[in-house]
Structures are given as C-alpha cells and as structure tokens.
Design a protein around this ligand. Structure first.
Ligand code: NAP
Length: 434
C-alpha cells in the first residue's frame, strides 16, 4: 500500500526554516520508513524572493503571498518559522481556521498568545506543536507532555539561554569581563547585534513561561521575575568559585505551598550540581516529578540543525495527528486561581558582596544590620592585604525571606563605609534543603 502523503507550507526560510528543509530532504527515506508518511514541502513564504539562500530550494516553491499557503486546501501542516508577534499571529490563526495543523518555534508569540491560539486549535481539532520554542533541540516539551505525564511536576529549572551560558562560561574560564566577552560572542555569531533580549533574561523568561504552563497549567504573563547577567563581574565569579559555586543564568519554576515561583536570574549553582558543568551554548533542564524523581536533559538549545530537529519531530507528530491522534483540550488556569509567588516572598540562601572602606569594624556594622533582620550568616570571605582602600566583603546567608534581606540591604547601603550598591545573587536550593 502506498504511504500517506502530507503537504507542508513553510512560513520562513531563515536559519531554522533552512534546517527544516535540509532534514526533510536528507532524511526523507528514514522519516517515511519510521512514520509511514511521505512529507512534501509545497510552498515557502519569504520576505525577499531575490535573497541568496544557504540551501538549494527551487525558486518555484518560494512565494511572498501568505495566502498561497494559508488558503491552499492541499496543505495539511503550516510550519511557522517567521518569528515575531504580528503578522505571524494572524497567519497562524488563519491557518487554524482553515483546519491546518500548526508547528511553530515562536516562544515570543506563545508566551503572549497561547490561550487564544490553543483554544482556537482545540475548537478546530488541530494540533499546535511547539517543541523548538524551548531549549531548541532538547525534546523537553514532549517529555513533559508524554514521558512524564503520570507525574506531578514539583519543580523545573535550567539553563535555557545559550547566549548567556556562553558568556558566563567564558567569563569564568578566562576571568574576563562581561562586555569584552559579549563583543566576542557577537563577532562569533553567538549573540545578536542587539543582545538585550538574551542578556536581560527576556528570552529565558518567555521559555520559562511555557515550561510553567506545561508543568503547572498557568501561563504567567507578567508573573515571571526577570534579572539578566549584565551586572555579573569577574569578582563575583571568583568569589563564587572560592565558595564552591558557579554562576549560571537559571530559569526556575517551582510549586510551593504559597503558590508558584517563576523566576529568571543569575544563580549560584553548587559546583557538584550537574548544571554547574553545562558550559558554552549548551542548554540543560532539570526537573523533579513525584514519581520519576530527578531527571536532566542536556543538548543544544539553538542553531539551525538542533532547532530544526525539534521542528521536524513536531511535523511528524502533526502528520500522525492528521490520521490518528486527537488534540487534547488545553487547560489554562488563571493566575488569580493559582497564586504566583512574588520574588519578595522567596525563601533562599543568598550571596552578597559589599564594597567597603578598608577600616576596622565595617564587617561588624554589616553583620549588625543582617542580625537585626534575623538573617543568619553561613560564611564570610574578606580579601586581605588589599592595597586599594576599597575592599570587598562577601557573605553567604542562611535561608531567609527576600523581603527581609532587601530591607537589611537598604540599611547597609546607607552606612558611610559601604561604597556601592551591594550585589545580591540567589543560591540554588539543593536537594533536601528546599
Ligand atoms: N535561530 C535559532 O537558533 C532559533 C532557536 C529556537 C527558536 N527559534 C525561533 O524560530 C523562529 C525563526 O527563527 P530564525 O532564526 O530562523 O529567523 P530568521 O533567520 O530571521 O528567518 C526568518 C524567516 O522568515 C521570513 N520572514 C520574516 N518575516 C516575514 C514576513 N512578514 N513575511 C514573509 N517572510 C517573512 C524571512 O524571509 P527572508 O529570508 O526573505 O528575509 C526569513 O526567511 C523564531 O520564532 C525564533 O524565535 C530560533
């Protein structure tokens, strides 16, 4: 019997779109053998028909008219790899309206508009695959939805922005400052010309929103606390190492009695934690389920072929869903039903660095302010024999409420001997110490 044929409309032939073209061409036989489906790209939407492409695509497949895809009844799957919110959202909604399956890698769009897109897809009985939108080539979304579906997820955290992980890894191994490594990363193509989206933690926050939805049913639109890596200095990295930590930008989502935490910020990761050894552009996601316990996923979080690998897995699942699977009703609990824990209510251990005048009694004043707020000190590190009149004092606290710590820091900042705004980095809670 002849295998079923499924036709694809590709929106976009940039980095990821070109990778999808390559995989579907190079691995066509294996894909057909495994899925029983012959996939064919029928049309590709681009901006500029004259642009030189990195892949060899017949010019007859390219179009600048979205309706050549969205209104073509022969096309079964629309693969959106344009990026951005508009006009992309309208294209996706129109494709759903026409009964087409959707595959997208667009975390920015989904972090904002998932409710509308998934509800519409459910009404029209079509699927929306978005594996590539979080952690690139790592199949984390399907793992949560299928592999761990019998679990209550308790927490998920990880390195979900390769640019930040590359910058922090290089700062650590070469003792270099943020700006020089960022410049190198831009030249090497690991960071965008405008790096804000990555280094300010916005990209990681969009991905964390989707993970929070998958794990706990709530899409935290404004509820993700975000802090980027721009303020991390070689000094903090050096002290972190002395104290047994590595600094990583983590996205953390966790169910607590008070509600759900969703936060992205630089974090002190113990050197013996598996995430501490994840370097360069690699991503890693750590999760804990009530049945499976702890599990970790590691792989490339971006780039042409790893991201396309995830897109193609969604294309094949969409092809199968055309014939066998039925979409599941999406569940979006409102943020008012499940309270989101504000960062001020966080209980954590903290790394604090103070820049102070080198004279006796200063540490005593700082310790006094922390003590008044009932903040216990776990370790202190003070550089000796410093020629400079300004010296750093580093403090690791016991677990404390962030609100109390911030109040104490306000007092400390006002002390005459304290020269700069104190640096605060949260420490990753380790097992048994939540
Ligand atoms: N790159 C990655 O490593 C990566 C990883 C994970 C997720 N993603 C996501 O994947 C999506 C695509 O990313 P990308 O890096 O492949 O983007 P890209 O290289 O900028 O490619 C975008 C493509 O879309 C086309 N395009 C954009 N707007 C259009 C419009 N309004 N009408 C017609 N064509 C339009 C462009 O056409 P022209 O070629 O003619 O300019 C180009 O082919 C984004 O949502 C991104 O967040 C990317």
């Amino acid at each position: 019997m002849k295998n079923k044929e499924i036709k694809i409309g590709l929106l976009g032939l940039g980095t990821v779109g070109s990778g999808v073209w390559e995989i579907l061409k190079n691995n066509a036989a294996a894909i057909e053998e495994r899925s029983g489906i012959k996939f064919q790209i029928k049309k590709i939407l681009v901006h500029d028909l004259k642009k030189k492409r990195s892949v060899d695509v017949p010019a007859s497949l390219l179009t600048i008219q979205p309706n050549d895809i969205l209104e073509d009844p022969e096309i079964d799957i629309v693969v959106e790899l344009l990026g951005g919110i508009l006009p992309t959202q309208n294209y996706i909604l129109k494709a759903i309206e026409s009964g087409k399956e959707i595959v997208t890698a667009n975390k920015a769009l989904l972090a904002e508009k998932s409710e509308e897109i998934f509800q519409k897809a459910y009404e029209k009985s079509v699927s929306v695959g978005f594996e590539a939108s979080v952690a690139g080539g790592i199949p984390i979304i399907q793992s949560i939805r299928e592999g761990f579906v019998g679990n209550q997820i308790e927490e998920m955290y990880g390195i979900i922005n390769g640019t930040c992980n590359y910058i922090l890894s290089e700062m650590t191994s070469r003792k270099a400052d943020f700006h020089s490594i960022l410049k190198e990363a831009q030249e090497a193509g690991y960071a965008e010309a405008n790096p804000d989206f990555d280094v300010k933690g916005i990209d990681a926050a969009q991905k964390l929103s989707l993970l929070t939805w998958l794990a706990f049913g709530v899409l935290p639109h404004q509820g993700v606390y975000v802090e980027g890596i721009e303020k991390i200095t070689p000094l903090d990295i050096e002290y972190a190492q002395k104290l047994g930590y590595v600094i990583k930008l983590l996205g953390i989502t966790r169910k607590q009695e008070e509600g759900i935490e969703a936060r992205v910020h630089p974090t002190m990761v113990p050197q013996d934690h598996p995430l501490a050894r994840v370097n360069g552009v690699f991503n890693a996601v750590f999760l804990k389920g009530d049945a499976v316990g702890e599990a970790m996923f590691l792989g490339r979080g971006a780039g042409m072929m790893p991201t396309a690998s995830a897109v193609v897995s969604d294309i094949i699942r969409a092809g199968l869903s055309r014939s066998v699977l039925k979409p599941v009703k999406p569940v979006f609990k409102s943020e008012s039903m499940i309270s989101m824990v504000s960062i001020n209510e966080l209980h954590s251990e903290y790394y604090l660095r103070f820049s102070v005048v080198d004279k006796p009694g200063v540490f005593g004043q700082i310790a006094g302010c922390l003590g008044e707020a009932n903040i216990g000190i776990a370790a202190v590190y003070q550089k000796e024999n410093e020629v400079d009149s300004k010296i750093p004092i580093v403090v690791l606290t016991h677990k404390t409420l962030e609100k109390n710590l911030k109040q104490a820091l306000e007092k400390i900042e006002k002390l005459e001997a304290v020269l700069d705004t104190p640096t605060l980095i949260r420490v990753l809670a380790h097992s048994g110490n939540k």
